[in-house]
Structures are given as structure tokens and as C-alpha cells.
Design a protein around this ligand. Structure first.
Ligand SMILES: NC(=O)c1ccc[n+]([C@@H]2O[C@H](COP(=O)([O-])OP(=O)(O)OC[C@H]3O[C@@H](n4cnc5c(N)ncnc54)[C@H](O)[C@@H]3O)[C@@H](O)[C@H]2O)c1
Length: 437
């Protein structure tokens, strides 16, 4: 009994074990590379054949993972990449990092987790640790994964080990990399927690155990809801400040000088990415089943989701003040990714804003060094290069993502009219051609 746990602990501590990662996207790939760099033999599994081919060729599609690092690990045989989940039988620890999107009615779509859990159930053998990292509703690990694994006839905490450990990475964030972000761990049993702590202790500076998987699942959702609610608060503050003729950016800056009890969040054209717009609904759905309808989550979501419409209205008014219509206006969007420094356009507010402008007859183009192509409705757009973008010839330049590649002095000097939803031009002070959120 004790044998499995002890053997696994030793293998993990000595980095002699094999780590399997299911889902090699924004979360799974950096994790696989981190374990590989630490000395583990890593097996990465992804169902996307095209992605697997690219990864095998040492091409990283994720900004935070350098192609050089990836190629070195692949060439050294320390990171094997495959579409075959069967190979996971050789892994000592298996980490699941698959997507958790929303369904059509904003209900959790855990079909990827179910598929991954079914795949793991078929290869599970005594002595393995399985960790779920995908963000999901409280109860998933014990209600969806555990029964599938128990059905193999193994005892959790003795023969196999199971935990939830949410990913908290912030793609593009150079200040807090994977190692610097404390890792939460909630095991089904104390032995599960302990082994998961040992596993992650090899790649992060600090592991924080909590009482169980449900708590760990809830903490992750709370973190994302905290962001959603606070972003909604400043988005509404921005709308109120504009009505009052105040700069929301100045208000936030000044409030930030308070050394306690305040934390700055910033308004923008809307929320995007795989997490903030979706994850809070996982909790709403869960508590609704138990007879409680959450209020903050719905309210924050409503405010955040109206921001793209608000930005379209700002653009319309800015053009109108110059006796121009949206129809026929040449509008250049700067940035379409949901945040600076990344090429992820999932749920990016830029999609909704540009679509609304196209529907109104604007001639829309965009510059995004991280997003070479963009499909909006029936329109296929290609990014204009930043160097050759003719800013002076546009009726309006719309700043949606403050990528570090953009030179805002150039924007302010060349563009006749700018709508800046990110305060990217803030340091340049008031300018007659710039309208800020
Ligand atoms: N992107 C982020 O910043 C971030 C941060 C923290 C947490 N998360 C959470 O982590 C999870 C993964 O997010 P992501 O952004 O890495 O998603 P992603 O779409 O970038 O990557 C997921 C990968 O999983 C693969 N996949 C899907 N089903 C599979 C299966 N059955 N077997 C093998 N591979 C499979 C997909 O092909 C894809 O490559 C989600 O739950 C997300 O909410 C994401």
C-alpha cells in the first residue's frame, strides 16, 4: 500500500519519473517545457495533429515558450510529443490541461475534460498520480474524474493519486513566470496532496496546499471572478467619468497612491481570452443547480459585455464630431489580441468591435504583430505591417491592444483622429486628436 506512494515520491523527488501532459496549449506547453528543463522525461499529448506536427518540429505557438527551448528538449528526447493517449501508461504523473469553454447557453462545457479523463482511465495503473489543471466548477475532480478511475478497481490515495491544481499563469507576463507563481494543490486524500506538492515543488518556488480539490477549484474561480468584478467596476467608472468630463485614468492613478485597501484595475474595450469571460459562469451554473443565483457575476458580466458597444459608440461620436460617418470611414485598429504581448484572439473584444464597424460600412483594417490573419464574420483580414501602416491616411485609428511594438508618439503625430481604449497614449498628455476611454 505504502509502496506506491513512496516509490512515486522518490521518482518525483529525484526527477527520475515521467510526466505526461494532456493538452499542449497556453497552459500545457509551458508546463511540459518546465518539467523537461528540470530534468524530467516528459510526454506531451494533444489531439490536434497539426499542432503536434509543429511542436515536434520545434515550433512553439505559445509566446511564453521559446522555439529554441522546445526544439532543444525535443531533440534531446526529453520531451516526446504524440497524439496517442495510450503512451501515457508510461507516465508516473499525468497532468490534464484541456480547454473548458462555455456551451451555447453559457453552461460549462466539460466535454474536453471528460474525453481526457476517459483516456486516462483506460491507461491508469497503480502508482500513477493524475492532476487536473483545467479551470472548472467545484466538484469536477471528485464527481467526474474520480468515479472513472475508481471504476478500474483501484483505491484512491493508496493505488493511484488524484488532485486538482489550477493553472494561474498570465500569458505574456514577464514579471511573474511559471516558477514565481505559487501553485495551489488540493488532493482527494492527504497522500494525493503530498505527492502533488512534491511534483510541483520541482518546478515552482512555492506550493500552497488547500483542504481538497473542491476548495482548489473554488479558489481559481474566485480569483477570476475577482478580476471580472473589479474590471466591471472600473469599466463603469470610465463611463461615469466620461459623462463628468473626468479622466478615469487620472482617478485610478491618484487612488493607487493609497498604500492600503486599494488595488488598481483598468478599464478597456471589454474582456477577452479563455478565462475571464467564461470561468465565472462555471460557478453560476454550479450554484444555480443548488438553488442560488449569484448576483455579482451576472452584473459584472453585463457591464463588461457592453464595453465593445460602448467603444463603437465612441468611434461613431468621434467621427460625427468631424462631420464624418462610420459608413465609408477608413478605420485602422491597433491590436486585436485580447491583451498586450500575446496573439490570442479568443473572445477578444476587438472581434465584436470590428464586426460592428464592418456591418456599419466602415473600411476596417488592423495592425497586430502577433495576429497575422483574422476572420470576422465573412471577412478575412490580414494584418497591415506596423512599419508600413499609413496612419495619416486613415479617418480614425482605434487603439484596442497596447502591444509593446507600437510607438504611440508616432500614432499621436501621424493619425488625424485616435480613439484610445487603453490609455496607451496617456503619457503624451492631452492632445486634440486623441479621445481616451
Ligand atoms: N490561457 C490561459 O491564460 C489560462 C490560464 C489559466 C488557466 N487556464 C485554463 O487552462 C485550461 C487550458 O487552457 P489553454 O488556454 O491552455 O487552452 P488551449 O486551447 O490553448 O490548449 C488546450 C489544448 O488541449 C488540446 N486538447 C483538447 N482536448 C484534448 C484531449 N482530449 N486530449 C489531448 N489534448 C486535447 C487542444 O488541442 C489544445 O491544444 C482551461 O481550462 C483554461 O481555462 C488558461
Amino acid at each position: 500500500m505504502k509502496g506506491h506512494s513512496e516509490r512515486l515520491r522518490q521518482a518525483l523527488e529525484q526527477r527520475a519519473g515521467r510526466v505526461g501532459v494532456i493538452g499542449l496549449g497556453y497552459v500545457g506547453l509551458p508546463l511540459a517545457v518546465a518539467f523537461g528543463k528540470t530534468g524530467f522525461s516528459v510526454l506531451g499529448v494533444d489531439v490536434d495533429r497539426e499542432r503536434v506536427a509543429r511542436l515536434k518540429a520545434g515550433e512553439s505557438p505559445v509566446e511564453d515558450v521559446g522555439s529554441d527551448d522546445l526544439a532543444t528538449l525535443v531533440a534531446a528526447g526529453r520531451l516526446s510529443i504524440t497524439t496517442e493517449t495510450g503512451a501515457l501508461t508510461t507516465a508516473d504523473a499525468i497532468i490534464i490541461c484541456v480547454p473548458t469553454p462555455l456551451g451555447k447557453s453559457r453552461e460549462p462545457d466539460i466535454s474536453y475534460i471528460v474525453a481526457a479523463a476517459d483516456a486516462v482511465a483506460t491507461v491508469l495503473r497503480p502508482g500513477q498520480l493524475v492532476v487536473l489543471e483545467s479551470t472548472t466548477y467545484p466538484g469536477t475532480t471528485e464527481e467526474v474524474l474520480l468515479p472513472r478511475f475508481k471504476a478500474r478497481g483501484f483505491t484512491v490515495g493508496e493505488e493511484f493519486f488524484l488532485a486538482f491544481s489550477p493553472e494561474r499563469i498570465d500569458p505574456g507576463n514577464k514579471r511573474f513566470d511559471l516558477r514565481a507563481i505559487p501553485k495551489l494543490v488540493g488532493g482527494v486524500t492527504p497522500a494525493c496532496s503530498e505527492l502533488t506538492r512534491v511534483l510541483y515543488g520541482q518546478i515552482v518556488d512555492r506550493v500552497v496546499p488547500v483542504s481538497g480539490p473542491q476548495t482548489a477549484e473554488m479558489v481559481k474561480l474566485f480569483e477570476n471572478i475577482f478580476r471580472s468584478v473589479n474590471i466591471a467596476l472600473v469599466n463603469e467608472l470610465a463611463i461615469m467619468c466620461r459623462r463628468l468630463g473626468l479622466s478615469v485614468w487620472e482617478v485610478i492613478e491618484a487612488a493607487s497612491t493609497k498604500p492600503f485597501g486599494f488595488m488598481p484595475f483598468y478599464p478597456g474595450p471589454g474582456i477577452g481570452g479563455h478565462c475571464i469571460p467564461s470561468d465565472p459562469h462555471y460557478l453560476s451554473w454550479r450554484t444555480r443547480l443548488m438553488g442560488y443565483e449569484p448576483k455579482f457575476i451576472a452584473f459584472a458580466d453585463e457591464i463588461n459585455r457592453q464595453m465593445p458597444t460602448y467603444v463603437v459608440q465612441m468611434v461613431t461620436e468621434a467621427l460625427n464630431d468631424r462631420a464624418k460617418a462610420v459608413r465609408g470611414a477608413k478605420i485602422l485598429a491597433l491590436g486585436v489580441a485580447y491583451k498586450a504581448g500575446v496573439g490570442d484572439v479568443r473572445d477578444s473584444p476587438a472581434l465584436e468591435i470590428l464586426e460592428a464597424l464592418l456591418v456599419r460600412g466602415a473600411q476596417v483594417s488592423y495592425v497586430d504583430p502577433h495576429v497575422p490573419r483574422l476572420k470576422i464574420g465573412d471577412h478575412q483580414l490580414m494584418s497591415v505591417s506596423w512599419q508600413s501602416a499609413n496612419l495619416a491616411s486613415r479617418d480614425l485609428v482605434l487603439i484596442l491592444t497596447n502591444h509593446p511594438e507600437f510607438d504611440m508618439k508616432r500614432v499621436a503625430a501621424e493619425a488625424p483622429l485616435v480613439v484610445d481604449t487603453r490609455n496607451a497614449t496617456g503619457s503624451l498628455g492631452p492632445r486634440s486628436n486623441i479621445i481616451r476611454l
